[in-house]
Structure formats: structure tokens, C-alpha cells
Design a protein around this ligand. Structure first.
Ligand code: ADP
Ligand code: MG
Length: 245
């Protein structure tokens, strides 16, 4: 049995639990990018993190996404203490539980939409005979879910910005993550296209996925159920009504 299965996700536990989590980049000079932070994100939450450029949003998301580790404090992901994990279990946990969507899409230019999305299943798909066909079937299903069933054979250059971001979302969904992390997903899109991408995220949220989305756009912040403001590395929960003002 692969060792990452030894630490089962506990169904009752929050998806994200930060206990006095801090991150200081070593520098020089050292940068205290995230000051001691306590935060709980429950299954099914839609959390939006707002804050000006340089406030620590990406730092926060990289921690949640297991791309970086706290320099102090405890981070539990689905009840699993992430600090205790060997690298390969950490990578496996990330592949199994987390989907990423970035501002710049990060699609491979010479691969079709289908191939790009199929790459999102590499960690979770079975191996051996029939595995490629299975991965492609899953990729097709995810592209249909994001409204791109008719563009599966297109390379990114032939797709609009909004369509590229949909492909990136389909890739993030391909591994059936419990948590979708979005770093400025509408930052490169015009407002109408941005709105349709946000509508897609709303639908995914309604279907049960937990979302953490970071943005510097107050209008985007209105979409979430919870808003956290980050300033100089300090996270403060903000009532949604206040965030709308
Ligand atoms: P945001 O995403 O809100 O724009 P970041 O999380 O990227 O902010 O950055 C927060 C702070 O940490 C900034 O002062 C930034 O310059 C600093 N920072 C980010 N990454 C590094 C790094 N790898 N090394 C040192 N400082 C960094
Ligand atoms: Mg950033």
C-alpha cells in the first residue's frame, strides 16, 4: 500500500487548519511575509483572500497548496499534519487533494486542451494498460464540465483567454481535488470573460468543492462566502458586507 494512504483524510475535520502559521523568507534580508495566522476553512467554504500587491496573498496560497512550508506553526490539511510528511507523501497529498488555477494559465503550448487536462490526472490515475484511454476519458469529462467539450482538440493559441482559463480549471479538476486554489484567476481576463469564469467557479462551489481564491479586485471578492483581508502579512476575517462596501 502506498505510504500516503497511511494518513487517511478525516471526513469531519476542516479542509484547512492554520494554527499560528508563519512564513519568513530567509533573504537576506529576511521578509516576514506571513505573520502568525489562525484560520479554519471548512469543507464547502468559498474563501476569498483580498489585499494589495505584496501583502502576502501568494505566500498564503503557496502554503495552503503545499508548495512551501511554514517557518513556524502547524498546518493541517484534511486533518493531516503536513509538517510530519516526508516529501513524497506531501507531493502525493498535493496531487490528490489540491487543484491549482493561476492567473497566467500555464498551459503547454504544443499540447491540445485534452492533453493539457489529461496531465492533471498524472498523480491520481491508475497506471498500465488502458491508463491513457482512462485519463483521456476523464479529461474529456472535465472539459465538458467547463463548457469546452467542442474544443478538446485545440491548442492554447487557438483558444481565447477565457477558454484557456477554462482548460486550466478543467486540468485542476481532473484529479478530483477536494480543494481548488485560485491565484488571481481573472487577472488576465476582460471583465465579461472574468465574469463567466467566476460563474463557473460558483457552479463548482455549489457542486461541493472547497475554493480558496485570491484577488486584488474587490468586485471578485463579492463572489465568495467568506472574505479574508491580508495586509503586510496579517490576515483578518472581514464581514462580507464590509468587503462589498
Ligand atoms: P502578493 O501575492 O500579495 O502580491 P507575495 O505573497 O507574493 O504577495 O509577497 C509577500 C511579500 O513577500 C512581499 O514583500 C514579497 O516581496 C516577499 N516575497 C515573496 N516571495 C519571496 C521570496 N521567495 N523571497 C523573499 N521575499 C519574497
Ligand atoms: Mg501574488
Amino acid at each position: 500500500m502506498p505510504s500516503h494512504r497511511l494518513a487517511p483524510a478525516s471526513p469531519g475535520s476542516p479542509v484547512i487548519e492554520f494554527r499560528h502559521v508563519e512564513l519568513t523568507y530567509p533573504g537576506p534580508p529576511p521578509v516576514r511575509a506571513l505573520k502568525p495566522c489562525d484560520l479554519t476553512v471548512a469543507r464547502g467554504d468559498y474563501l476569498v483572500v483580498v489585499g494589495p500587491s505584496g501583502s502576502g496573498k501568494s505566500t498564503f496560497l503557496n502554503l495552503v497548496g503545499l508548495l512551501d512550508s511554514p517557518t513556524a506553526g502547524t498546518f493541517l490539511l484534511n486533518g493531516i499534519d503536513t509538517a510530519a510528511l516526508p516529501d513524497k507523501d506531501r507531493t502525493a497529498l498535493r496531487g490528490r487533494e489540491i487543484g491549482f488555477v493561476f492567473q497566467a494559465f500555464h498551459l503547454l503550448p504544443h499540447r491540445t486542451a485534452l492533453e493539457n487536462v489529461a496531465l492533471g490526472t498524472l498523480y491520481t490515475a491508475s497506471r498500465g494498460r488502458g491508463a491513457t484511454a482512462e485519463r483521456h476519458a476523464r479529461a474529456r469529462e472535465c472539459l465538458v464540465k467547463v463548457g469546452l467539450g467542442h474544443r478538446i482538440g485545440s491548442v492554447p493559441a487557438r483558444l481565447s483567454g477565457g477558454e484557456r482559463q477554462r482548460v486550466a480549471i478543467a486540468r485542476a479538476l481532473a484529479g478530483s481535488p477536494s480543494l481548488l486554489l485560485c491565484d488571481e484567476p481573472t487577472g488576465n481576463l476582460d471583465s465579461r470573460t472574468a465574469d463567466s469564469v467566476l460563474q463557473l467557479l460558483d457552479e463548482l462551489h455549489v457542486s461541493g468543492i472547497t475554493i480558496v481564491l485570491i484577488t486584488h479586485d474587490r468586485l471578485v471578492a463579492e463572489r465568495g462566502g467568506r472574505v479574508v483581508t491580508i495586509r503586510d502579512g496579517v490576515l483578518v476575517e472581514t464581514p462580507v458586507e464590509e468587503a462589498r462596501r
